[in-house]
Design a binder for this molecule. Sequence first.
Ligand SMILES: Nc1ncnc2c1ncn2[C@@H]1O[C@H](COP(=O)(O)OP(=O)(O)OP(=O)(O)O)[C@@H](O)[C@H]1O
Ligand SMILES: [Mg+2]
Length: 196
Amino acid sequence: MIYLEKNHFIGEGEIRFCYEHPLNDQFCVKIPRVETTRDYTEKELKYFKKLSKRSKVNFQFPFYADFRQEIDTNLGLGQVFDLVRDETTNEISKTLEYYLTKDNSIDDNKLEDALKILKKQMIKHKVFTRDLRARNICCRIKNDGTVELVIVDGIGHRDFFPFADWFYYFSKKKVNRTFKKWHFDSIEDQRKYLKI
Ligand SMILES: Nc1ncnc2c1ncn2[C@@H]1O[C@H](COP(=O)(O)OP(=O)(O)OP(=O)(O)O)[C@@H](O)[C@H]1O
Ligand SMILES: [Mg+2]
């Protein structure tokens, strides 16, 4: 059993709360809200289990925060995931939403490049998301000045026929559709979308 305290809190969404792991700063622990069903959590973990059978050796960088294990906490059963930290400061990386709405310290063209790379990785490695929102993507600042976009929530898909899991052609179509749906064809599109 681990103890999560207020000072470990990182952020929250509609589904769960996110805390820094008190014993390992490379991980976070997510605690589902009381309204979140166990079924919801299990579906998500099932997809991570499927991904875990694939090799990551050809990943350009870890472009999604991977699931590690479930753990008992003082706040109930939690799920341990990789925690995204900036390479420059070792601080917990901020989300893309943060950089698009509250802090313009990263050039748009840097984010645009990072977005292209993220998309390529998702297509190539057939990793999909149902929830490609700016608040579910962390911006990992690197020592060389570039940014890596890491998906921290929403990994998975609901397709009954998983053609996109098998063929590059369908994977590309699916990822392109997701980017369009969530207004990520450009950073400019996303900025406009967030203003609505
Ligand atoms: N692996 C991570 N590394 C760094 N920060 C994270 C990580 N996971 C989550 N966060 C932060 O915690 C917030 C909430 O976590 P998360 O998105 O998992 O909750 P959620 O309830 O599933 O969100 P949503 O409302 O989008 O469904 C994120 O928006 C992000 O700011
Ligand atoms: Mg979220």
